[in-house]
Write a protein that binds this ligand. Structure first.
Ligand code: TUI
Length: 339
């Protein structure tokens, strides 16, 4: 069909070529439709990570309006703050958005009830096993998509009624598990029949395409959205991410049992070396880092702030609107996947 130079003829033949393909293939050529886009009624299978202290209604609504899923972080926020944020997001977008419940939060119980009361359509969970809340959330019709660092937890979550799981590799920013995205994602895909979303080290279309090759049906992205125009973090924080190179992330908190990936700064390097040589005990570490996330996000405090970021920060080169980030990433992925 492509031998003809006549435009009209080519068009007819091109159409008939598509018509001749099985429907699923023809559709896949045009869209990034997966069980995740169908489950949530979204255009692109991308979640913006529920980053504590960072992911609020402005950013979440921007990502949802771009066709992905924006997620408001519950973190350890007061219940009134999170309720306000949920209502604000509802006023900024008519598209689906979610809330992340950080299970180590002293407020987790209250926030778990709030998402029911506010009729939030979907939630993600992190930093623990949400088992004890699953029944209430399922009864409320909330789609629950937990972050899992292992195959074992993925299987348990499937049994407890999770709609999907996010397999998050140690490349991620913030609180991390041990296994890498490349190793964890295909093993989780093999172990469960619910859809799997890949997270950790994904910041461009190549990351999406690679995740799909591993069997994922969606991605969760945090670090690249730190550099979204709509992201409300202190300008110093954004600049640290944009300036970071490949070797500029460091893990602190290993001695406390809660490892956390950060931008390398004088502060985070001092913490990591203090833990290594024993001059900072786990108790002292907890003392020094208490409130350090707020100091980074709100004050851009380089002396005492923890600037969480993923190992992919080196790839983030500029500040852009969230919509441009989403569209750029999927245009590249679609090309690579021949869709
Ligand atoms: O949760 C995250 N990333 C985070 S949470 C956070 S705030 C924080 N502040 C102080 C200490 C700790 C956290 C900053 N970044 N990502 C999702 C994630 N979940 N990563 C690892 C896990 C995880 C770990 C263990 C999920 C489940 C789990 O289960 C253990 C169990 O009980 O089975």
């Amino acid at each position: 069909p492509f031998f003809f130079n006549d435009t009209a003829t080519t068009e007819i033949y091109t159409l008939s070529l598509h018509d001749a393909l099985p429907i699923s293939t023809a559709e896949r050529i045009k869209t990034m439709e997966t069980r995740i886009t169908k489950l949530l009624g979204i255009k692109y299978p991308i979640f913006q990570g529920g980053m504590a202290w960072i992911a609020e209604s402005t950013l979440a609504a921007a990502v949802s309006n771009a066709g992905g899923v924006g997620i408001i972080a519950g973190g350890s926020a007061p219940i009134d703050y999170l309720r306000d944020q949920i209502r604000r997001a509802k006023s900024l977008t008519d598209k689906p958005f979610g809330v992340n419940i950080m299970l180590m939060s002293p407020n987790a119980e209250d926030l778990a009830q709030l998402v029911i009361d506010e009729k939030v359509p979907m939630i993600t969970t992190g930093a623990g096993n949400p088992g004890k809340f699953m029944e209430a959330w399922n009864n409320a019709g909330i789609k629950v998509i937990p972050v899992v660092p292992s195959v074992a937890l993925a299987k348990r979550m499937e049994r407890s009624g999770a709609s999907a799981v996010i397999a998050e590799g140690t490349e991620s920013g913030g609180h991390i598990g041990e296994n890498t995205t490349m190793c964890l994602v295909p093993q989780v895909v093999d172990a469960v029949s619910i859809p799997v979303i890949a997270a950790g080290g994904i910041a461009d279309g190549r990351g999406i395409a690679a995740s799909f090759m591993l069997g994922a049906e969606g991605v969760q992205v945090g670090t690249r959205f730190l550099a979204a125009e709509e992201c409300q973090i202190h300008p110093t924080y954004k600049q640290l991410v944009v300036d970071a190179k490949d070797t500029d992330s460091i893990v602190t908190g290993r001695t406390t049992g809660h490892p956390c990936r950060n931008v390398k700064t004088k502060f985070s390097k001092k913490l990591a070396s203090g833990e290594m040589n024993g001059t900072i005990t786990p108790d002292e570490f907890e003392q020094i880092t208490l409130g350090s996330l707020r100091k980074a996000v709100q004050d851009g405090n380089l002396e005492e702030g923890s600037f969480l970021c993923g190992a992919i920060a080196g790839m983030v080169k500029k500040v852009q609107p969230a919509k441009e980030i989403v569209e750029e990433m999927f245009a590249e992925a679609e090309k690579l996947l021949n869709r």
